[in-house]
Design a protein around this ligand. Structure first.
Ligand code: CP3
Length: 346
């Protein structure tokens, strides 16, 4: 099973001659075939909850590019919705949710184990993908990390500085802690079901970890990640886990040990050389090309891709971007990145 899946080999700690590659948001608006399928579904959330069409958009970048990894098409905000929050997307602006800032609103949420009926279509998407993906492609499930999900549930939208979540944490720790715990437990349940449906790896996105300072980072990013990972490892010891605490900076060095993750995904704010020296000795790393190269392309893309591949060639590495690909990216630049990663070197 593992033998021909390069992502599983890298996650097991193997140093490969060519790093496996996939891309955050690889199914997305930069692809015309994605836009066509989304139009057929009607809107983004209808696409997420339509297993046939969600599987179709997941497979599109695999067919076009032959990535080594395939990430389930869904969204981190489906968990808040399954817990009872209202969720909608405003075109051009992003997600909107009903907010959780009081004890009464917190108590109105559903228990963590009551999410599965709502999320059943997602598990069906995973089952379709596990049947239809090529044998060498690794199926990656995912969820948001509690802090990142809480920032959206508290503010009701994306915020530049996560101000409302910081305010609730500092002013009403009882409600904040209860919310964090509910999300943590729901995330364990959700990822457990994705694994049972066929996900071979799971990834936790803590996109806003970087706004947590000092001991807050340990308490609200690292500790919930550790809890989720240890619960999943107890149930599925063989399933590797990738954690992406974006913006962790120097703290990336300590996070394999502190969270128990098999792989730490790094953003583009740290250099590949620094990652090779300080993070990779502790386990597999994933990242860290700037997403903007997918827009601008050219020689800079080729040079930067080669530099990352070379810097991280002495240990386990999965090539990826430092964050998601953006809608204005050129699909040809993605091909250029893949060709550069897979070119034969002397
Ligand atoms: O990576 C993949 O291809 C898998 C699918 C995936 C999506 N979102 C699809 C999506 C994954 C893994 C996510 C994760 C996600 N969602 C995160 C964490 C990663 C990160 O980007 O930091 C966050 C914070 C969200 C919440 C979210 N979803 C926001 C803030 C937005 C709007 C911003 C935007 O890019 O428009 C979304 C929408 C979303 N999720 C889109 C896609 C393809 C675009 C929706 C569309 O088609 O209109």
């Amino acid at each position: 099973m593992t033998a021909n899946k390069t992502i599983l080999r890298a996650l097991a700690g193997e140093t490969l001659p060519t790093p496996p590659i996939w891309m955050m948001r690889q199914a997305g608006r930069y692809l015309p075939e994605y836009r066509a399928t989304r139009a057929k579904a009607g809107d983004f959330l209808s696409l997420c909850y339509n297993p046939e069409l969600a599987a179709e958009v997941t497979l599109q970048p695999i067919r076009r590019y032959g990535f080594d990894g395939s990430i389930l098409f869904a969204d981190i905000l489906l968990v808040p919705q399954a817990l009872g929050a209202d969720l909608w997307f405003v075109t051009g602006e992003g997600p909107r949710l009903s907010t959780i800032t009081t004890k009464a609103e917190m108590e109105a949420l559903k228990p963590a184990d009551a999410i599965h009926d709502h999320l059943a279509p997602i598990y069906e998407t995973v089952r379709i993908l596990s049947r239809e993906l090529p044998g060498e492609t690794t199926l990656i499930g995912f969820a948001g990390a509690p802090w990142t999900v809480a920032t959206y549930m508290i503010a009701g939208k994306g915020t530049p500085d996560q101000g409302p979540a910081h305010a609730l944490k500092d002013e009403n720790p009882e409600v904040f802690d209860a919310l964090m715990e509910r999300i943590t437990l729901a995330t364990i349940e959700y990822l457990d079901m994705q694994i049972q449906a066929g996900a071979e790896v799971v990834k936790l996105f803590d996109s806003w970890a970087g706004s947590l300072q000092g001991t807050d980072f340990d308490r609200y990013s690292t500790e919930p990640l550790r809890q989720i990972i240890s619960a999943l490892k107890a149930r599925h010891p063989q399933v590797p886990i990738i954690a992406f605490p974006r913006g962790a900076g120097a703290r990336f060095a300590n996070l394999h040990a502190a969270t128990g993750a098999d792989c730490i995904a790094v953003d583009d704010a740290v250099s590949a050389e620094w990652v090779a020296e300080n993070v990779q000795p502790h386990g597999c790393v994933q990242g860290n090309l700037k997403s903007s190269h997918m827009v601008t392309g050219g020689e800079a893309l080729v040079q930067e891709t080669r530099a990352i591949v070379d810097a991280l060639s002495k240990g386990p590495h999965i090539f990826n971007l430092g964050h998601g690909i953006t809608p204005d990216a050129d699909p040809e630049n993605v091909q250029l990145m893949i060709d550069t990663v897979r070119e034969k070197r002397s």
